[in-house]
Structure formats: structure tokens, C-alpha cells
Design a protein around this ligand. Structure first.
Ligand code: IVH
Length: 664
């Protein structure tokens, strides 16, 4: 038993040390596998001998049952707020005023991270309680939630009788974005900003939810303490670091307003590079004896002030919604806003990206909304203030027709797209895409744009009717280059495969793999043009939505006219030259490759598989037949296991190829 106790204590200390290095110092000491193994060993001991469980065991961070409500706990020393200085002038004034009475005053400058404040009470170095600020005198007991935050030590690194550590609970900008995306996908309410996300996550009644949110704690001060002696704030921050906390950094100590403004400007400039949102700097008189002489108002200390940065978030009203048609026909709703200035720029319109987002955020015309703009980041609406609705707000409708050409609109995943082959909004990008699909050298982005701009092309079929003289009208096109591009197009007209013809049409959801599958199924253009729902949905990878999109596209009269116009130009569809035999095993099978193979590069294996009849795609779905797995496979392997897709190892792959005579 003694051995077990010894090992158990060793494990608790080792894992806590590894957590500290990983989460607080950002300096991992062991591999994930080694860490997991130690944790597994610890949990096994705890399961067998529950009486051994220590309060600072890493297992004590999780596993608490949800509570019905939070009980209230008092702060032993009141938790006040900060007074604000709104600009550089107010900062200077405040410093100068203090210097008049205390010429020897030094100021400590810290970043002001925008989260939610928390006090953590340690007794005999062990975490006892974690209390939200509340009204400053008492807050909510969120101990079980705070324990899930890995940057909060369960035991301090030094022996301390009692200390109340104060700081900010934060969520990084990146994790905030991810969290909102996840909430959106589950149809749950999103958070307006990282501050609300941190506060909301900390105040979850179920600690298991808090544990899943990636929260961080950064210490900025202390409340009540015993048997310790500090002369100034700098010593406090140093001590907090020594006992295992992340503290607000970078900091500076200065003597006057000039240096303080310098720090303010530097932080403002670097604001966007911080993983956490900053809403200003905090300026504190460093020396405690001066702090005590200056004292407090009922709301805030007189020895500290927040130098606020311009807001990154404002509220404003949605006046209207317009629709933009982008490349490839995607229709994007754009909210027109009552103009607001956010961190130095006037914002009057924001993209709503797609109609899933409109529906999930439930944005309506006339709504008051939160708009954020952090640095160079494109402004976005983060949430709707539903409490401000008056009842006359208008639902944002999905357009039935393309706002540019009145063509038909279809749904493609999260997007709505115009399917008109001669829609001017997408013509240039469609031409560029055709250049890519048919490998027409010289038909790139600039040429495509110029052809449309000069009205030489009004629909995609026109490209097959252009003359050398037409190309010579383009900027940067002399006779030789014009003749070259003309010849390239004539070469294409001599014969392309059905697969390329289908792909060139740019039917929503019909990329390379589906074009191949359609060409394999229908064999001739005529059969494809007259296909029906049952035939389409019998193809692996083509479900209801894609089949309906194909049918709508082919039934569209304008599209029929353009397909005829392409064929009338003399373009021929020919059978693919088969350079290799097809594989019995892989023919017509949907295949995905993941990881590195020893005999092929990625491009080579895809080309090879296609040449022997496989339909290669980039992502695993229920319809995938085989996943070929090389070294260091990615998440595709898990997807394949989830969907019960047959997994073929690299060795098995070569065996199959050998048995079919493709490999020696
Ligand atoms: S010191 C007596 N230092 O800002 C209050 N606060 O707007 C002393 N905050 O409630 C606060 N970073 O939650 C201090 N480096 C920092 C801070 C900081 C963020 C928060 C804190 C406070 C709020 C006031």
C-alpha cells in the first residue's frame, strides 16, 4: 500500500506540473500519449482507493454534477471596479493630478483584458472557493466551474496560509469564434462577444459544459491575504507568477504621463495581435503606501484607472438587406446599417454570409444588433438585441430570382446560387473556370475579366465563337498571343470528354468527382441532358438536393439554349482515350486517399486511380467506398470509421494493384 500511496502522490504532482507547463507557461514537457497514460494510471488508483483522492488531484477538475443555482459567497475584501479614462488626455490629467500630491509616485501599466472577473480563495495553498465579482461584496460560488480551468492551480506552488487571488476569466478570440460557430450549428443562442462568452461559460450550472469551453484565467491582483508582505503591485504580480498563475503581461513601470501614453499607444497598436481581446490598459500607482493614502471612492480605487481603447463593438440598426451575386453565382445577403463608428472606421454595411446565419441569428430588417470590428477584421453582426424589437421588424426573405439577371435560384449547401449560364455577375469567373477545366492556356482571370468588360462575351458559349481579331481587342494581346489563344480554343473544340463538358457547365455541387460519375453513368450527352431523378439518385454521392439542382439546371430554357449554342460552335464530345485498363476492384468506386504513400505523391495516386476507373474525391462521406490510408493519416480516417467505409492500408493497396497487374 505504501508503494501505491507513494506512486499516487507522485502522479498528482507530476500531472499538475505538466498542466502548469502546458497551460500556464505554454511549454509542454511531455507528449499527449505519455500524459494520457499517467492520467489513466492516476484514475485507476483513485477508482480502487477513493480514500486516497487529494483535493489537488487533476481528477478534481471535472466530474461535478450540475447545480440548480449558485449559492452566494462573500468577498472578504470588497471587489471594486475601475474608473475610466476615455482618451490620452484624460490619462495624462489623472497621472499629473497624482504626481502633484505624490511626486515620488510610480505607475505600473498592465493590459486590460476584456473578460469577467473572478476571485479565488486559497487556504493552506489549496483552492477553496471561486467567487464571481457579483455586487462587489458578495458573488456567486462558481468553485466547481473554476476548477475546470487549467490555468487555475488547484494547489499553489508555494506554501501560503491564505490568499484571495483576483483576475480575469477569458476566452481567446479564436475559441470565441469557434464556440459561436458550434452554437450556431446546434441552433443554440450565440454570444455577442468574447466577454459574454467567458462570463456565460463560467456561470454554467453544469461544470461539464464549462470544462468544454476553452477558458483561461489571468491574474491581476489580490484581495485578502495572511502572513504575506507586499510593498507594491509589482511584487504582487511577481508573487502571483511564483505561485503558479499566468499574470497580465506585458507590464511596464513608469514615472510620468509621457511614458504611460507611450505604453497605451503601443498596446493599442498591438491590440489585434493578442489572442485575447484587450479593451484598454490599467494604470495603477505602484507603491502600496501611496495607494492607501489615496484611498477609494464607494465604486473604485483612487489609485488606479482604466485607459480605455476605442470600442470594437457597437449597437446599431439594420435598415435594409440587399443581395450581392458573387463569383460562381453565390447570392450573399448584405445588411445595410445605420452608420456607426467602430474602432476608427465607419461601418454601414456588413455581409451576412449566408441564409443559415441569417436564420440562426434570426436577424430581421429593423432589428438592433451588435456589430463588431476588431482591427483589420471584416465587421460582422454577432447578435440581435431581441428585447428592443417593436413588432414591425421584417423577416429577411431568400430571393426567388437572381437579383442581377432574374435567373433561377437553387440551394447548394448553405448557399443559394443563380444557375443562369449567362448571368453577368458570374460570367467572368465562369470563363476563368472553363479555362481551368479545359486547360486553355491564356484564358486566366485577367483575360476573362477583359472579355466580359469589352462585351466580347455575353454568355459562356461566346468563348467558342471568338476570332483572332476579337482577341486582338484585348489589352496586352498582340497578333501572336491572340492566334495562340484562338488555336487553343479550336483544339478544345476538336474534342473534349463528356466529363469535362459536364464539369465546364458549373452546375452547383457538380465538381470533378460528380462530373465523372455522371459521365460514367450516362455515357452520352444526349442521355445526360434527358436524365431523370431516379437515374440521378442511383449514382453514389448524388442525393436529393444535388439531383434536383441538376434537373433544374438542365430544364432551364436559357441554359438549354446556351448548351445548344456551345454545340453549334462545332465543339465535339469524344470518348476518353483509355491509356490503361480499368481496375475490376476500383472501377466506378468512390475512393478517398489520406496520409502519405511511399510509392506515389498525392497527385500521382489520384491521377493513377482515376486512370484505372476510380472516382477520387477529397472528403469521406457515407457514399465513399474505400479509404486508402498512408502514413500520418488525418481526420478522414475517423470519418471513415464512423461511416463504416472500407479502409485499405497502403500495403493492401499495393497488393490489389499487383494482383490486377498494375504493379510488379
Ligand atoms: S485592477 C479595484 N487590473 O477590469 C479594481 N482590473 O473595468 C482593480 N481588469 O473589474 C482592478 N484587466 O475585471 C485590474 N490588469 C487589470 C485588469 C483588470 C482587466 C478588469 C477587472 C475589473 C475591470 C474594471
Amino acid at each position: 500500500m505504501e508503494e501505491i500511496i507513494k506512486r499516487y502522490n507522485e502522479l498528482v504532482e507530476l500531472i499538475n506540473k505538466y498542466d502548469y507547463y502546458y497551460y500556464v507557461l505554454d511549454n509542454p514537457l511531455v507528449s499527449d500519449a505519455e500524459y494520457d497514460e499517467l492520467k489513466r494510471e492516476l484514475l485507476e488508483i483513485e477508482k480502487k482507493y477513493p480514500f486516497l483522492i487529494r483535493a489537488d488531484s487533476p481528477s478534481q477538475r471535472v466530474g461535478f454534477a450540475p447545480s440548480k443555482e449558485f449559492r452566494e459567497l462573500p468577498h472578504k475584501e470588497q471587489m471594486l471596479s475601475l474608473d475610466n479614462a476615455q482618451n490620452e488626455e484624460e490619462i495624462s490629467e489623472w497621472i499629473k493630478k497624482i504626481k502633484r500630491d505624490f511626486p515620488e509616485a510610480e505607475f505600473i501599466l498592465e493590459p486590460k483584458f476584456d473578460g469577467t472577473s473572478l476571485e479565488i480563495v486559497y487556504e493552506n495553498s489549496i483552492l477553496k472557493y471561486a467567487i464571481t465579482r457579483g455586487d462587489g461584496l458578495k458573488g456567486e460560488d462558481v468553485t466547481n466551474n473554476a476548477k475546470t480551468i487549467k490555468t487555475i492551480p488547484l494547489r499553489l506552488l508555494k506554501d501560503v496560509k491564505r490568499i484571495d487571488v483576483r483576475g480575469e476569466v477569458l476566452i481567446s478570440k479564436q475559441d470565441f469564434k469557434k464556440l459561436n460557430e458550434e452554437l450556431l450549428s446546434k441552433n443554440e443562442k450565440t454570444f455577442a462577444n468574447p466577454r459574454n462568452a467567458a462570463a456565460g461559460s463560467l456561470r454554467q450550472l453544469d461544470p461539464n459544459i464549462t470544462a468544454k469551453r476553452k477558458l483561461t484565467f489571468i491574474a491581476w491582483g489580490i484581495g485578502y491575504y495572511e502572513n504575506l508582505d507586499f510593498q507594491n503591485q509589482f511584487e504582487v504580480l511577481k508573487f502571483l507568477k511564483e505561485i503558479g498563475f499566468k499574470v497580465s503581461e506585458p507590464i511596464a513601470i513608469c514615472k510620468d504621463e509621457k511614458e504611460a501614453i507611450e505604453f497605451y499607444r503601443k498596446m493599442l497598436k498591438e491590440r489585434d495581435n493578442f489572442p485575447f481581446e484587450l479593451d484598454g490598459i490599467v494604470i495603477k500607482v505602484n507603491q502600496f503606501y501611496i495607494q492607501n493614502e489615496l484611498g477609494w471612492t464607494i465604486k473604485s480605487p483612487k489609485w488606479a484607472i482604466a485607459g480605455k481603447f476605442p470600442a470594437v463593438e457597437r449597437t446599431t440598426k439594420v435598415i435594409d438587406v440587399i443581395y450581392q451575386v458573387g463569383r460562381m453565382g453565390i447570392i450573399t445577403p448584405v445588411a445595410i446599417l445605420e452608420p456607426v463608428e467602430i474602432s476608427g472606421a465607419v461601418v454601414s454595411r456588413v455581409s451576412l454570409h449566408n441564409f443559415d446565419i441569417v436564420r440562426n441569428l434570426d436577424i430581421r430588417i429593423g432589428d438592433w444588433v451588435y456589430v463588431r470590428r476588431a482591427g483589420e477584421v471584416i465587421p460582422e453582426i454577432t447578435s440581435v438585441i431581441k428585447e428592443r424589437r417593436e413588432g414591425n421588424e421584417k423577416i429577411i426573405e431568400i430571393p426567388k430570382n437572381c437579383p442581377v439577371c432574374q435567373g433561377q435560384v437553387i440551394k447548394d449547401g448553405a448557399y443559394y446560387k443563380c444557375i443562369n449560364l449567362s448571368c453577368p455577375a458570374k460570367l467572368a469567373s465562369h470563363l476563368e473556370y472553363i479555362g481551368e477545366v479545359l486547360e486553355i492556356e491564356g484564358l486566366g482571370e485577367a483575360t476573362a475579366n477583359n472579355l466580359v468588360k469589352l462585351n466580347l462575351v455575353k454568355d459562356i458559349a461566346d468563348i467558342f465563337y471568338l476570332t483572332v481579331a476579337d482577341f486582338m481587342k484585348l489589352p496586352n494581346f498582340a497578333e501572336i498571343s491572340s492566334r495562340k489563344l484562338y488555336n487553343e480554343i479550336q483544339k478544345v473544340k476538336e474534342g473534349i470528354t463528356l466529363e469535362k463538358f459536364i464539369m465546364m457547365l458549373g452546375i452547383p455541387s457538380i465538381g470533378k468527382a460528380n462530373s465523372k460519375a455522371l459521365a460514367n453513368k450516362f455515357k452520352t450527352l444526349e442521355k445526360f441532358l434527358n436524365c431523370n431523378y431516379v437515374e440521378l439518385t442511383s449514382i453514389g454521392g448524388i442525393g436529393h438536393e444535388i439531383a434536383m439542382n441538376v434537373l433544374k439546371f438542365l430544364k432551364d430554357e436559357n441554359n438549354q439554349r446556351i448548351i445548344k449554342k456551345i454545340l453549334d460552335s462545332g465543339l465535339k464530345i469524344v470518348e476518353e482515350k483509355k491509356e490503361t485498363r480499368t481496375s475490376k476492384f476500383f472501377y466506378n468506386k468512390k475512393v478517398v486517399v489520406t496520409g502519405e504513400l511511399s510509392k506515389f505523391t498525392r497527385e500521382e495516386v489520384i491521377k493513377f486511380l482515376e486512370s484505372i476507373g476510380a472516382i477520387v474525391s477529397n472528403s469521406v462521406s457515407r457514399k465513399t467506398d474505400y479509404l486508402i490510408v498512408g502514413k500520418n493519416p488525418g481526420s478522414k480516417l475517423q470519418m471513415a470509421q464512423k461511416y463504416n467505409v472500407k479502409i485499405i492500408s497502403e500495403e493492401e493497396f499495393y497488393e490489389i494493384l499487383k494482383s490486377e497487374g498494375f504493379l510488379q
